[in-house]
Design a protein around this ligand. Sequence first.
Ligand SMILES: Nc1ncnc2c1ncn2[C@@H]1O[C@H](COP(=O)(O)OP(=O)(O)OP(=O)(O)O)[C@@H](O)[C@H]1O
Ligand code: SF4
Ligand SMILES: [Mg+2]
Length: 365
Amino acid sequence: MSRPKNSGITGLQPAGAPAAPIAPGVTWPSAGGTGALSGPVLTGTVLEVRDLCVQYATDAGTVTAVDRVSFDLDAGEFLGIVGESGCGKSTLLFGIAQLLSPPAAITGGSVSFKGASLVGMTDKQLAVLRWKDMSVVMQSAMNALNPVKSIGAQFKDAMRAHGVRSSAQIAGRSAEVLRMVGIDPEHLKSYPHQLSGGMRQRSMIAMALLFTPDLVIMDEPTSALDVVAQRSLMVQVKELQEQLGFAVIFVTHDMSLVSHFSDRLMVMYAGQVAELGATRQVFDSPLHPYSAGLLDAFPSIRGPRVPLTGIPGRPPDLARLPDGCRFAPRCPKVMAACTARPPDLYQVDGVLVRCVLHSGAVSDD
Ligand SMILES: Nc1ncnc2c1ncn2[C@@H]1O[C@H](COP(=O)(O)OP(=O)(O)OP(=O)(O)O)[C@@H](O)[C@H]1O
Ligand code: SF4
Ligand SMILES: [Mg+2]
């Protein structure tokens, strides 16, 4: 089977297709019933990312697309990641899921999933985790799904790859996950092109839940959908997350989506964490001028009507970063200290912020 393409980025490979057959003896706990569907899967920290660096080797030199990113994710937690195009969101997700391929490579840091280090794992070791413990849902389900296989056949491949042999189990679970995302199990017979865009995305999410993973990584899974379909899919994802207890990392351009659904929010700028904190806190009082600019660029759903201002200019070329703060050329609050040296990440009331305006706080770098 040919590898599906991702959303236009070479160097990144999504886990759109079922993993290669692995680990004989791996069993699927739900046995075709609802056993695996109830209650949180895990407690405590599910993912620890420390100083993760990802670089692309290009003709013009090396660019660091993810620059010393660190965060923890608790079981059942929903982390939203936002930032303009080219800020490194997808590269971070692919780095976490170990789906990078040349010219991209992890050049530093660590990713620990349920206590096991993912960086340096062999494909065979990773295949044991994919789908079963950790699933990835990409932006375009049409690219991630195999166009010449029915949805049911693709679910079956994924389950068989993880050692599920019983046809009754496979049929039962396939129908169950499709129903969970609001699709009639009749559509197990359908091919991707016979489904609407929303149904294809839902099918991908259903596939990601075949094994009740502890972590679901989603890279703009709703951006190809219209606003109504987007919202209804998000409501469903959130309900499933609360019901099944898996943690989510969710990348989006849509601030209103994360404001409603995420517990914590990471704002990325030019490959770095600009701000990281409780979503409510970041929305109510953004500390980084970039976060404030992003919020001003989105209409408030409930608040008074105010003109949208946006952020002038564009993120820097990662091969030619400005001196000091990477946001300085666009920042309305820039001052001399900003260009003197790169700002550290400071901790303010539990929120991390990379800005000299908060340099009186404790440095987290
Ligand atoms: N194939 C590639 N070769 C070289 N550099 C790349 C490649 N793909 C990405 N990059 C670099 O990595 C940076 C981050 O890209 P990435 O796709 O992770 O951003 P993103 O935040 O996901 O953007 P978007 O919102 O458009 O999806 C880019 O700005 C670019 O400098
Ligand atoms: S460090 Fe300076 S330029 Fe950078 S965001 Fe803060 S105020 Fe703006
Ligand atoms: Mg992206």
